[in-house]
Design a protein. Structure first.
Length: 319
């Protein structure tokens, strides 16, 4: 028995325990911000695990409409006139899509709209048409591509994208504010929005008013690590102390048919900013990092998800 105790509490064993304790305390002292060496090592291990695991099947519930080289050749250079975008959206509606998400922004009026060109030519046309005749022409349905696209968007379950600018550039406008439709609740409810430890944005680049008719909106931003790789994505960010959901999260929420998002925070240790521990919709809980990000569970390489050419959708060949 005496020999056994000596073996258990031998010098190598105690040295190992001390080393583990020091390592744990060292890592704990870094908090959520690890040194570059440790985070790089962590990333390499994660990449290796993905390669060992290999591609996995996806749910089959996501399809990508790809504006590919064929589409650009058949329709023309990007950006496309928004009456064509409206045609494509109607075709996707007819295909039975539960929700449509646009991972793009429409921040300026469509320059190809006939109404815009007529306004530019108004000084010339005034010698031919009266002001009343010109006004009647400008109000005709279909001449404003933005209105046509906006009316189409408003007919279905659509999520529009917008982009956050993180750095201060003195271009902020009070009118450039996103309007997601989700009802946001905090748990515990005593935590104010301004204390959420989410990634902060300076301003938003939103869609033109005529197009902003979707049921909800979500930001497009993804952040890279020090190696330039996207390994995690924010589900929420904040601007002016107001939390905003991402495009992907809003597509999922709208598809689930749930109007409320709950942000869970950890208040056990009093801190100036309340760390986020997760989000929930209905009975589904998604754990996150302290700043509202989740690790990307890559399903596989490029083209893992089903996709269809935008031209095939427009040409009514998609099934």
């Amino acid at each position: 028995m005496h020999i056994r105790k000596n073996r258990i509490f031998s010098l190598p064993f105690l040295a190992g325990c001390v080393l583990i304790l020091v390592a744990v305390l060292l890592l704990y002292s870094f908090g959520s911000k690890k040194p570059v060496f440790f985070s790089s090592l962590d990333h390499k291990v994660m990449d290796l695990m993905f390669r060992i695991r290999g591609p996995v099947d996806h749910s089959g519930q996501v399809a990508i409409v790809d504006i590919d080289e064929k589409s650009l050749k058949m329709v023309g250079q990007w950006p496309w006139p928004r009456d064509i975008m409206a045609q494509m959206t109607r075709a996707i509606y007819r295909s039975g899509a539960r929700v449509i998400g646009f991972d793009m922004v429409f921040p300026e009026p469509d320059r190809t709209s006939p109404v815009r060109q007529l306004k530019d030519l108004s000084p010339v046309l005034q010698g031919i048409l009266s002001e009343k005749q010109l006004a009647q022409i400008l109000t005709r349905s279909g001449l404003d591509h933005d209105l046509v696209f906006g009316e189409t968007i408003g007919q279905g379950r659509v999520v529009l994208g917008y982009a956050f600018q993180l750095k201060k550039d003195d271009l902020k406008s009070l009118s450039q504010v996103p309007f997601p439709s989700a009802r946001i609740r905090l748990v515990p409810e005593t935590v104010p929005f301004k204390r959420l430890s989410l990634i902060s944005a300076y301003r938003a680049l939103v869609n033109v008013e005529a197009v902003s008719t979707a049921q909800t909106e979500g930001f497009l931003n993804v952040l890279t690590d020090e190696s330039g790789t996207v390994r995690q994505v924010p589900l929420f960010m904040k601007m002016d102390d107001v939390p905003y959901p991402s495009l992907a999260f809003e597509i999922w929420r709208l598809g689930m048919g749930n109007p409320e998002i709950v942000i869970h925070t950890d208040t056990r240790i009093p801190t100036a900013m309340a760390p986020v521990i997760g989000l929930s919709i209905g009975r589904t809980f998604i754990p996150t990092s302290n700043d509202g990000q989740i690790l990307v569970n890559h399903r596989g390489p490029v083209n893992t998800f089903d996709s269809v050419s935008a031209w095939e959708v427009l040409d009514k060949k998609a099934h």
